[in-house]
Design a protein. Sequence first.
Length: 289
Amino acid sequence: MKGIVLAGGSGTRLYPLTRAVSKQMLPVYNKPLIYYPLSVLMLGRIRNILIISSPQHVNAFRGLLGDGSRLGLNIEYAQQPEPNGIAEALVIGAEFIGNDPVTLVLGDNVFHGPGFGRLLQAESRDVDGCVLFGYAVADPERYGIGEVDSDGRLVSLEEKPARPRSDLAITGLYVYDNNVVDVAKNILPSRRGELEITDVNRVYLEQGKARMVNLGRGFAWLDTGTPDALLQASQFVQTLEQRQGVRIACLEEISFRMGFIDAGACYELGSQMSQMDYGRYLMEIAHQN
């Protein structure tokens, strides 16, 4: 399984914050935003990852994450010159994907919930078609909405429906078999001039190969595309970390827990930030194990 983080776009809804910096580099409490979607792929045991961003921002991500080797990952980079739609990430990443299935996550989405890693690993195992992840919302008319049957098979997709058939919003996390590359290459731009991920998903729906997993109660999905949403995400992470004494989207810890790096490497990464709580936390968990 390959992984792609789409960290492109101009972030106009966050102006002036994003006039000179990618929104995925903005802080969500104590970590850059991109740590959160990247952690999703890592929890799914995905180690080969492509980060796609705009030409002016790619080097900033490379400076932050490098080639991923310190985390036991292989991270590559690609450019999306213009924000031409989510599905374009699958075209840009075609060579990287090769003959493998792929998980695509949007760079401004935050996910958190019990057993999330096990869920991702189970749903991405031997995937045949596509797997989407739904989240119940109070205002479904604002989202892309999926309707499923009793077996979780997707039966309809609607974009911002006036009369929603369900309350399950389709989140920015998608698991596909390898056929998705050809599907993405053959869809036509929408009236907005973009390659729409909904059109990709609709192909799988028409083939009877689309499923949607309901993330359910006790789970959090946050889209950080506005200043209010960015603040809410920071407050959410701050509350959980301070009350529970754990870290959300701590890439070094996830690498350690997943066996990508050993205790010595985790301790060394922590020691490089030993003046901060973040670094001392890494040193402590490495020492305890």
